[in-house]
Design a protein around this ligand. Structure first.
Ligand SMILES: Nc1ncnc2c1ncn2[C@@H]1O[C@H](COP(=O)(O)OP(=O)(O)OP(=O)(O)O)[C@@H](O)[C@H]1O
Length: 253
């Protein structure tokens, strides 16, 4: 892969000159799921964890379905929707899953209904929580076919070599699974970089810089409560108004 690409590549049409005539597609809408995809090792979890930490309770992952039995401490409807194979197959047959797969004899799936349910539990502001989908390319294609009206962010690694290095460093892969992930990454990158596939492409070369890019993009497309940071006092700042109720959050509109 080339290192020459700009850090952030708007993958959609350029913005309209007059904001008043901006397409409705650009309006902030928390009911639109945020799809974050990218090859294994590109840094999706790293960036999303930072986002969730900085904006607590304002994002949510959907609850997946599984045919495996609950483990001690797991709650149905919270950890997973624990279902029978028959019930799982019914959802498959009705095209109710965005993505599903079988691992070690158990089925797992992300349902469209579960994604929609996330917005039903509002954020502390009362606005809908933003449902985040961390999915693979096949899932991205299915979301595009659905009525979910999602927004698509692609996290691009600086190079395939860097993915391999990071996955080795993460220490979660066997040599075999590592090779498989790298091979999949090459294919995913080819497909994902076709213009129009994603709304924005963020190159995760430097985690701090990539996070700032992601955060700015998310704030521009969703209504979030931004926790206020203490502002440094300026010498000529006007005196604070006494008795005024202070809010914990600044709302970015
Ligand atoms: N910009 C970066 N520079 C260096 N290392 C990074 C960077 N971003 C993430 N990493 C590291 O790379 C490894 C893979 O990151 P992460 O687990 O976030 O990837 P992922 O895309 O979520 O992967 P998977 O799809 O397999 O879950 C982690 O060890 C993480 O700490």
């Amino acid at each position: 892969m080339s290192d020459a690409a700009p850090a952030t590549t708007p993958a959609s049409a350029p913005p309209a000159a007059d904001p008043a005539s901006a397409p409705a597609n650009d309006a902030k809408d928390n009911t639109r799921p945020l799809v974050v995809s990218g090859p294994s090792g590109s840094g999706k979890s790293t960036l999303l964890n930072r986002l969730f930490k900085e904006f607590p309770d304002q994002f949510g992952f959907s609850v997946s379905h599984t045919t495996r039995l609950p483990r001690p401490g797991e709650t149905d409807g919270v950890s997973y929707h624990f279902v029978t194979r028959e019930a799982f197959d019914t959802v498959v047959a009705s095209h109710g899953f965005i993505e599903h797969a079988e691992f070690s004899g158990n089925c797992y799936g992300t349902s469209i209904a579960a994604v929609q349910a996330v917005t039903a539990t509002p954020a502390p502001s009362g606005r809908p929580r933003v449902c985040v989908l961390d999915i693979e390319q096949a899932g991205v294609r299915n979301v595009k076919k659905s009525d979910l009206r999602a927004r698509f962010v692609f996290i691009k690694p600086p190079s395939v070599e860097e993915i391999e290095k990071r996955l080795r460093g993460r220490g979660t892969e066997t040599e075999e699974s590592l090779k498989a992930r790298v091979a999949t990454a090459v294919k995913e990158l080819e497909e994902a970089l076709v213009p129009g596939t994603h709304d924005v492409i963020i190159v995760n070369d430097d985690a701090d810089r990539a996070y700032e890019e992601l955060k700015a993009w998310v704030i521009a497309h969703y209504e979030l409560d931004v926790p206020c940071k203490p502002v440094e006092k300026k010498v000529d700042a006007p005196p604070a108004t006494e008795g005024k109720k202070k809010s914990k959050f600044c709302v970015i509109q």
